[in-house]
Design a protein around this ligand. Structure first.
Ligand code: NAD
Length: 465
């Protein structure tokens, strides 16, 4: 049985050994600061139901603490604590001014209507607020497995109702719908970040050119496990850039097509039927685990933790694994992959797009202004003059795509994409640098953990907390 806490702990210790960190400080960085469990009652369909919710603040050396709220029948306090630890490392690695937190609500979404889920979510938000576990300067949740923009809108609204004097109420949660204080591109941010991380790695000198002769995604075969928020957006961005999505795995089956799946059509099929099963233009395979053994260059686990283990790692044919999900592989499986020369882009780097764009959303909410509002018209006017002058001097019109690009100006979406790409590329460069500094003898995960832990240690040492 996969133990997420043990896996995070082992990765942590491996990095700490390399860092020669003072043992007492290392212990402080590793443990969870505070952990709360609430058992709240909600009367639904005439019956009292008790729901179990968790909120863990792993580190608040920087505030607010940040991390998604997982809606799952299996959410446990231990799992939420490990996910919170990963958030501390993720934020420190990406140089985002947040501590690490995570929430979890033990719920089976399929058993409740949307209206009932709203009542449950609002009650959970009230419980968190009453205990100081929610607020734009304290703890700022976001979506995770099983939760999305709708849940975030309910939480933000509940906080506003309970705390009407807080002009920054909208900044108490990120991943909200655009119409409720969200930001362009947040919904797809994690998947887009996975895409940027993969492309950045393929272009870097850390890649094995024997396995990946070209530095582009064009023609590469990709298999994706999990077709929810992260997996489906990863598929969209990779396919747009020429990758062939040859297989998608879900909880009930896989669909495969060696020629490449039509990603948009598959999303429509899933939305219409509730499953990827029997998607036209693909073969359905009953065994969900088949996805791990598909012939491909890149495997993207984007569903849940602990799916790649010592038992099944031998079946993997991919040459690169990009951890879109949190904690998808055990340390034993990773050691075996390393032995076989299969590269792994670790979760705290590969799926950091969500928290990076959440940071932009939080800043947007605090500034009470959308990005690009001040400069868009000004830059458009300048670019228009530039295009007109180019045309005057050359005596002919410029290329239409160039004109469109110049005249679009800095829209919020373009600014978000640019900030996301910049953060991912800077972080990747730091990780590769750290590994080189250790003669490439450490994994990319250990390098990433080392950077994050050093950054947190610096704060604690400076502040003497
Ligand atoms: P989601 O609920 O939108 O999607 C998860 C998908 O995985 C669902 O479609 C589900 O049916 C499928 N699934 C469940 N069990 C499976 C199995 N055994 N095999 C194949 N598919 C299975 O969740 P999400 O937000 O896309 O999150 C997925 C992973 O990414 C989680 O590990 C989460 O912690 C991580 N993550 C999410 C975000 C985010 O912004 N949403 C950010 C960082 C990391």
């Amino acid at each position: 049985m996969f133990n997420f806490t043990a896996a995070v702990s082992e990765n942590f210790d491996t990095a700490i050994n390399q860092l020669n960190l003072d043992a007492a400080l290392a212990h402080k960085i590793k443990v969870c600061n505070a952990s709360f469990t609430v058992n709240f009652g909600v009367k639904l369909r005439g019956v009292m139901h008790t729901f179990e919710g968790h909120s863990c603040i792993h580190s608040d050396h920087v505030e607010p603490a940040k991390g998604g709220i997982r809606y799952s029948p299996h959410a446990t306090r231990e799992e939420v604590e490990s996910l919170a630890a990963l958030m501390s490392l993720k934020c420190a690695l990406a140089d985002i001014p947040f501590g690490g937190a995570k929430g979890g609500l033990k719920i089976d979404n399929s058993k409740w209507t949307v209206e009932e889920r709203e009542i449950i979510t609002r009650r959970f938000a009230s419980e968190l607020f009453r205990r100081g576990l929610l607020g734009p300067s304290r703890n700022v949740p976001a979506p995770d497995m099983g939760s999305g923009p709708l849940e975030m809108a309910w939480i933000a609204d509940q906080y506003r109702r309970l705390n009407g004097n807080d002009i920054n109420a909208m900044a108490t949660v990120t991943g909200k719908p655009l119409s409720h204080g969200g930001i362009e591109g947040r919904n797809e941010a994690t998947g887009q970040g996975v895409y940027f991380a993969t492309l950045g790695f393929l272009k870097s000198d850390a890649v094995d050119r024997g396995a990946f002769p070209s530095s582009s995604l064009s023609g590469l075969r990709v298999a994706i496990q999990g077709f929810g928020n992260v997996g489906s957006h990863t598929a969209v961005f990779m396919a747009q850039d020429g990758a062939l999505i040859v297989a998608v795995g879900e909880h009930d089956c896989c669909v495969v097509n060696p020629e490449g799946l039509d990603v948009a059509a598959l999303r429509q099929h899933l939305a219409a039927t509730g499953s990827i099963r029997n998607f036209a233009g693909a073969t359905t395979i009953d065994d969900p685990a088949h996805i791990l053994s598909v012939t491909c260059e890149i495997l993207v686990p984007a569903a849940m933790e602990g799916v790649i283990t010592a038992e099944n790692v031998g079946k993997i044919k991919a040459k690169l694994i990009v951890e879109a999900a949190n904690g998808p592989m055990t340390p034993e499986a990773e050691a075996e992959l390393e032995r076989r020369g299969i590269a792994v882009l670790p979760d705290l780097f590969a799926n950091s797009g969500g928290v990076i764009v959440s940071y932009f959303e939080w800043v947007k909410n605090l500034s009470h202004m959308r990005f690009g509002h001040l400069q868009k018209r000004r830059e458009q006017a300048l670019n228009m003059k530039l295009v007109a002058e180019l045309e005057r001097q050359s005596g002919h019109g410029v290329d239409e795509r160039f004109r469109e690009f110049m005249l679009e100006g800095p829209t919020e979406r373009r600014l978000v994409e640019s900030g996301l790409e910049d953060s991912i590329m800077l972080t990747l460069a730091k990780i590769i640098e750290m590994r080189k500094a250790h003669q490439n003898k450490i994994s990319l995960r250990t390098a990433a953990y080392m950077i994050a832990i050093s950054s947190i240690a610096l704060r604690y040492n400076t502040l003497g907390l």
